[in-house]
Design a protein around this ligand. Sequence first.
Ligand code: ATR
Length: 282
Amino acid sequence: MDDSRETFGPNAFVTGFPVRHSRSPLIHGYWLKKLGLRGSYRPYEVAPADFAAFMGSLKDQSSQFIGGNVTIPHKEMACRLADRPDELSQELGASNTLWLAEGKLHSTNTDGQGFTANLDARHPGWDKHDTVVILGAGGASRAVIQAVRDRGFREIHVVNRTAARAQELADRFGEKVHAHPMGALAEVMKGAGLFVNTTSLGMDGETAPAIDFLPLDENAVVTDIVYVPLKTSLLKQAEEQGFVIVDGLGMLLHQAVPGFEKWFGKRPVVDDELRALIVADM
Ligand code: ATR
């Protein structure tokens, strides 16, 4: 092992292009300090044309890194180029977490775990329903579909502006997943116990179109993966209509837990102080 690592602890990275907006260094920096561990976690910008070489260099004996996070636009390449992508990330075709073990580069995708851990922490019992409506059919939607399917939801309705993209996901994830155009939203919401927005609607304070949440089950939970602002216009509407809402910040925080544990050897806790730190940075 590299001497500097023994002296200073493991080094981890987050790579993306660009990467300066990533809040991951704040999250991991907070945990390293809180747990009193040696090690570092730094942003490392890699252009798409250089990403394959970067992945190769991680396996080099002299690499300074033990692993790291991968964000847009490298998640698909990371999954394809890892030696040992796990089943979760192979099904998604995208990885967000890498680690080296016995000279091999392993990868997984923790977005789905982040999604369920956030709901478990904020509203236990959120999963006692059969039917979920997911708005959007991009990368985030895939991770949510996988997570709710693996959690036991039996009717997964994906509603998307471009219906063909929703259909691709229905084909990919099997018989429990149904694709719908936007026009079918009110109909598929009838009696559903969970509503998830995975689109950018409402991001950065933009007003999302009016949505009537009343067809949902009266105990339904409405959640958003957008977390800037914390209470998106979509969540505000749902709250005004009497539904339990869960914001998306916890998904970001919880998806970071498995990586930290792999690189630094201790399982960190998502606490209110960490939440406040990220909110203060928004
Ligand atoms: P991500 O990987 O973050 O999920 P993405 O792959 O760009 O991002 O997907 C964005 C999702 O938000 C898509 O479902 C997109 O709908 P289309 O497939 O029709 O493009 C959805 N989206 C973005 N802006 C939208 C808008 N103004 N109205 C409705 N859906 C929107």
